[in-house]
Design a protein around this ligand. Structure first.
Ligand code: SAH
Ligand code: SF4
Ligand code: F3S
Length: 455
């Protein structure tokens, strides 16, 4: 009997990956994805705890789901509601207390047990809670992925974080750093390529801290691979046209990774390398373990290896104790480095993190002003970067239909969205596109007739 499964995903790409794996896990027992929560047999909210707003969204969504669940019960049917992800990990049983309609709460490291949890919740009624960090890695218990894959597919290679930046919940919600064995990652990549993927984005909260055993069970020094080596092996795999990785930490950019940027053509010239602040005082208080000069040197090494490398970053404004001159140092660093795009956030105190207890919280109005100033500069840099593409021929990997009929959307090597008129058969192909215009975040162009510039 088929059952309908609705998953709503919040937060980072790692959650997107986890949601895809949960869908695959439930398929053999009859769960088919459905695009809305209304009428679904199983609703999963895969949540994010990174900032207060992200966490609050879950509770407002649960309010809407309560009505849908009641409607389904009126017709004599059951809707099982699960909260997964980082809010589940951080708040656990509190969620059931605050939202009694929730049947199951489980963290990011326990989702391989989902079929069993759903069975228990269905049988017994009452809540099921699993926010453990199980000794068995979940990857050993997930089905092998074989069905259809997106043209651009995510592949988690590393989980958790040992860095403990003083503002961040990730080390608490995702647990200790763990790298999957290289052989297992390559096998998964092979299956993704066989299922239609052309681009693979390697994921981890600290993806460049990757240090996986070559083979499962061969952990320990000597037999370990770094990210650079993994990228080379992936590039040698037939069918892999493009490789990306995210999110990397400035401290873990080693020579092997820099060399991969120099030598591996399939490794795209775009890197998300969060710096958070341009003030050394603030970076130290954040426990980032790098200075602004370390960041400058790392960027210089990468740009020397790959001169067309474009950068992206994350910034936090209004970290406790951030003065006007600290903030102006961030503005100065942005001007100096230059970013193709970036994300910026107001500091949000997170329960249990050291910075939340700092007495020097910055008033919200000041955070608002700083964020507006920073975002105006970042937007300007993004516009300039995109405008510089106009008139150029870019190899675009088409991923899906665009908003208008006859149009496809794809990505340039620099991760810019590119719209162009093309037949659906071009999905999954890399085509040369002459860029005609740049608007906001995206580019529009025309497929070049001569085929030059294709990759
Ligand atoms: N592992 C990555 C990013 C993790 S979270 C890294 O080390 O860079 C993604 C981004 O959210 C962070 O880079 C940071 O800019 C932002 N962020 C994390 N905690 C935050 C908080 N408490 N308030 C505001 N922004 C935060
Ligand atoms: Fe959070 Fe810092 Fe770890 Fe990134 S490196 S996940 S910001 S603790
Ligand atoms: Fe959010 Fe968890 Fe990702 S807190 S950013 S979903 S690791």
């Amino acid at each position: 009997m088929t059952k309908r499964l609705y998953i709503k995903t919040y937060g980072c790409q790692m959650n997107v990956y986890d949601s895809a794996r949960m869908t695959e896990l439930m398929a053999p027992i009859g769960y088919v994805p459905t695009p809305t929560a209304a009428g679904a047999d199983l609703v999963i909210l895969n949540t994010c705890h990174i900032r207060e707003k992200a966490a609050e969204k879950v509770y407002s969504e649960l309010g809407a789901i309560r009505r849908l669940k009641q409607a389904k019960e009126k017709s004599g049917e059951r809707m099982v509601v699960a909260v997964a992800g980082c809010v589940a990990q951080a708040e656990g049983a509190e969620i059931m207390a605050r939202a009694p309609i929730v049947d199951i709460v489980f963290g990011p490291q326990a989702y391989h047990r989902l079929p069993e949890m759903v069975a228990r919740a269905t049988r017994a009624g009452g809540g099921v809670l699993d926010t453990s960090f199980p000794a068995e890695p979940k990857f050993d218990y997930l089905p092998e992925r074989a069905d259809s894959a997106a043209v651009s597919a995510f592949l988690t290679i590393q989980e958790g974080c040992d860095k403990f930046c003083t503002f961040c919940v990730v080390p608490y919600t995702r647990g200790a750093e763990f790298s999957r064995p290289a052989a297992e990652i390559l096998a998964e990549a092979r299956r993704l390529v066989a299922a239609g993927a052309r681009e693979i984005t390697l994921l981890g909260q600290n993806v460049n801290a990757y240090h996986g055993a070559a083979l499962p069970g061969r952990e320990g020094p000597g037999g370990e691979w770094g990210l650079g080596r993994l990228i080379r092996a992936l590039a040698d795999m037939p069918g892999v046209a493009r490789i990306r990785y995210t999110t990397s930490h400035p401290r873990d950019v080693d020579d092997e990774l820099v060399a991969a940027h120099r030598d591996v053509a399939a490794l795209m010239p775009f890197l998300h390398l969060p710096v958070q602040s341009g003030s050394d005082r603030v970076l130290a208080a954040m426990n980032r373990r790098h200075s602004t000069d370390d960041y400058r040197r790392t960027v210089a090494r990468l740009r020397e290896a790959r001169p067309d490398l474009a950068l992206s970053s994350d910034f936090i404004v209004g970290f406790p104790g951030e003065s006007d001159s600290d903030f102006q140092a961030t503005i100065a660093l942005v001007r100096e480095v230059g970013f193709a795009q970036a994300f910026s956030f107001k500091y949000s105190p997170r329960p249990g993190t050291p910075a939340a207890a700092d007495g020097r919280q910055v008033p919200d109005m000041v955070k608002d002003e700083r964020l507006a100033e920073l975002q105006a500069l970042l937007r300007q840099q993004q516009r300039e970067f995109n405008r510089a593409s106009v008139g150029r021929l870019l190899p675009v990997l088409f991923e899906k239909p665009g908003r208008h009929p006859g149009q496809l959307v794809g990505r340039s090597p620099h991760l810019q969205s590119v719209h162009a008129n093309a037949a659906d058969t071009c999905i999954g192909a890399i085509m040369p596109v002459r860029i005609d215009s740049a608007e906001g975040n995206s580019l529009a162009g025309t497929i070049a007739a001569d085929g030059a510039g294709a990759a």
